[in-house]
Design a protein. Structure first.
Length: 709
């Protein structure tokens, strides 16, 4: 069925994609503790399954078919809005959009969330808060899906904040742990810093265009003052930096490992962190401008949004990779790996490699979800074995593992596929998508050799730290033999999703295979994803992408050599006796330990941000407290004291003066009345006598006065 027919007849299905998980979440939260209990996943997984079917069969596959029938040049875009409320005489609308980017994102997000929820049934089976967990995950998924289908920044912002709330709830899910509570609070506060900039950017865009809708804002940006467009783009990018954990707001993401492992897979693969990359990709006309040369002078500096995105992304890719190299917690290695890979995506977007960045966004989601779920399987098995043997060690520390490949074959093989994909080994997906970004950085329209070198070094480090992880976890001699003996592979509810995701992690890069074969002289193919995710819908806003760069076999060979070298170095240092001796010598060398301690301490970024942001904030709070206590409270107390004093004086005056006068007048009146009552006898003789006496007195007074005169 043509996509146009789908849009015309089945467009009403699109809002159901986020609405069904949202409804399931509400029912699960309300009824989970009443009667659903452990049946809550039936509801949430069922809703997610229906959303997945709609996303794949009503959106993704029809869009693919439409593009394919159009010969690779036909770009489809459909949007519909509904009036929401009226403010200031203007209607504010909510709406949905379906285009090639939406279709690809919906296919990836729905499938991964569905598999992660199935995995969580086994992983969280013994947890008392089982029902609440699945309800909150469903709400999290609804937020991400709502963000993907939104056609305006208002709907996007609401969905964005739903994810922020759910990440807070899920990172701190085990709230009885102090570390989980602190991690949840840290994630919420740090991401809010970025969201503040995002809100400013949306306000500027609405003020300039009079609308929240993408199309209207992108049209306004074509003729708007460059400084307003640049400020809007930078504001939106602030939100992306916070959500996608880019330098310097990356500090929250490794601490987010305090949440259950399915949460880590959601946050670091399919949903939250990829939302920042998606926001920049969706808002690309605001960063790109006309022909990719948007810039404006701000505070004496010429600022180009694309360059800001590229340098932040490139630096973060290398910076986070160096930290991942020295981590001992298996999940934190993967967390910093995620920060690094997201940096790659922003680097690709910043140098104009729109399709390369989107390609890596999708492939990374699959192999990183696979790695996180695989690490969860390892942790789950090791933790149960430790409990069985009454061993009180950290089940996430790779120093307590080793030799697990024999004990956990299903987890091991799927984890190996994810590792090879992340390291960029042919023919796994990461090889194709990462090389696309490096190709754009070194040979694209906005090429930058410095950033290209940083990307290649980060690629080498990526292969090294993943090789290190594999040798410490799955190979070698078990460090805790009694635990190793009782370690068993995870149940099928956990390993089956791993097998499905492993297929996508291995094969998701194959759309780029025809281009590689063409460079080798086999056929005349091209990167199919490059054709599918084309920018036809954005061409009207000035966004144009050069024809796909041909695959550079020399660069592909160099990237592969670096990856193999990284794996080889990991094998030497962590898989051989010589490497063990080298590491032992290094650990006993004070100078080397001091150097390694810097990335172990995360380059003191937590302390730096604490000093730059938290400490001044505390000072400001203390200053406000002193002002409140010593000025405002003192003033209020003084006014109160004066009021009490005046009231006391008034009471004394009322009691001792006013009341006295009133009492005197009253007593006088009473005395006069007492005298007067004797005069009122009712006898005429008495009245006549009084009258005569009064007359005599008056005459005597008059005679006295006359005689005196």
């Amino acid at each position: 069925m043509a996509v146009e027919q789908m849009a015309q007849h089945y467009g009403w299905l699109i809002p159901l994609i986020p609405a069904l998980p949202a409804l399931a979440a509400v029912i699960g939260l309300v009824c989970g503790g009443l009667f659903l209990h452990r049946r809550t996943p039936v509801l949430t997984i069922g809703a997610m399954a229906v959303s997945t079917l709609i996303a794949w069969f009503a959106v993704f596959l029809p869009v693919v078919g439409s593009w394919w029938s159009g010969g690779g040049e036909h770009a489809f875009s459909w949007s519909h809005s509904w009036r929401f409320f009226q403010a200031g005489g203007q209607w504010v609308s909510i709406g949905v959009v379906v285009d090639h980017l939406t279709a690809a994102m919906l296919a990836m997000v729905t499938l991964l969330v569905l598999l992660i929820e199935i995995y969580a049934v086994g992983y969280m089976a013994s947890d008392e808060l089982f029902s609440r967990f699945h309800a909150e995950v469903s709400l999290f998924a609804a937020g991400m899906l709502g963000l993907v289908v939104a056609n305006n920044y208002l709907t996007l912002l609401v969905s964005w904040e739903i994810m922020g709330l759910c990440s807070y709830l899920l990172i701190g899910f085990w709230y009885f742990k102090d570390s989980a509570r602190k991690a949840a609070k840290k994630a919420f506060i740090v991401t809010r810093l970025g969201d503040l900039g995002m809100l400013v950017g949306i306000i500027i865009a609405f003020w300039g265009s009079g609308s929240f809708e993408f199309d209207t804002i992108f049209t306004w940006a074509k003729s708007a003052p460059a400084v307003l467009v640049v400020l809007t783009a930078l504001g939106l990018f602030c939100g992306s930096v916070g959500k996608s954990a880019q330098f310097p707001l990356h500090v929250w993401l490794p601490d987010a490992m305090e949440g259950p492992t399915p949460v880590s897979a959601l946050i670091h693969a399919a949903t939250m962190v990829s939302a920042g990359v998606y926001l920049v990709a969706r808002s690309y006309p605001l960063f790109y401008g006309m022909d990719g040369h948007l810039e404006a002078e701000i505070l004496g500096f010429v600022v180009a949004p694309l360059k800001v995105v590229a340098w932040i992304g490139g630096f973060t890719a290398l910076f986070a990779a160096t930290i991942a190299v020295v981590q001992s917690d298996i999940k934190k290695v993967l967390a910093y790996s995620t920060v690094s890979q997201l940096g790659y995506m922003f680097l690709g977007l910043g140098v104009g490699g729109y399709t390369a960045a989107c390609f890596h966004l999708l492939t990374h989601a699959f192999f990183k979800a696979l790695l996180f779920l695989g690490s969860g399987s390892v942790i789950h098995a090791v933790e149960h074995a430790m409990h069985h043997e009454h061993v009180h060690e950290d089940p996430q520390n790779m120093a307590n593992m080793g030799g697990l490949a024999k004990k956990m074959p299903r987890t091991y093989w799927t984890f190996l596929i994810g590792t090879l994909a992340l390291a960029g080994i042919f023919p796994f997906s990461g090889f194709f998508s990462k090389d696309e970004i490096v190709l754009e950085v070194l040979f694209g329209a906005h090429r930058n050799p410095t950033l290209g070198a940083m990307a290649l070094v980060a690629a080498f480090l990526t292969a090294f730290y993943m090789s290190r992880l594999m040798f410490l976890t799955f190979y070698g001699t078990p460090r805790l033999p009694q635990v190793w003996e009782h370690t068993e592979d995870s149940p099928k509810t956990m390993t089956t999703p791993l097998l499905v995701i492993a297929v996508f992690a291995a094969l998701a890069g194959l759309p780029a295979l025809p281009a590689l074969l063409s460079a080798m002289g086999i056929g005349a193919g091209h990167n199919l994803f490059h054709g599918f995710i084309n920018l036809g819908a954005l061409a009207g806003y000035g966004v144009t992408e050069a024809p796909p760069l041909p695959v550079n076999l020399g660069l592909a060979g160099l990237a592969t050599l670096l990856a193999v070298s990284g794996i080889g170095l990991g094998w030497v240092l962590y898989g051989t006796r010589v490497g063990a001796a080298v590491r032992d010598t290094a650990h006993r060398t004070a100078a080397i330990e001091r150097v390694l301690d810097v990335p172990r301490r995360l380059y003191y970024m937590n302390e730096l941000l604490y000093g730059l942001l938290v400490t001044p904030m505390f000072w400001a709070v203390r200053l406000c407290n002193e002002i409140d206590r010593r000025v405002i409270d003192m003033t209020v107390n003084l006014v109160g004291w004066l009021s009490v004093a005046l009231s006391t004086v008034g009471r004394w005056f009322d009691q001792n003066v006013v009341d006295l006068l009133v009492n005197v007048v009253g007593a006088g009146s009473k005395g006069t009345a007492e005298i007067g009552k004797f005069l009122q006898t009712g006898r005429v003789q008495n009245y006549a006598m009084i009258g005569v006496a009064g007359l005599v007195i008056v005459m005597m007074v008059v005679l006295k006065l006359l005689g005196g005169a």
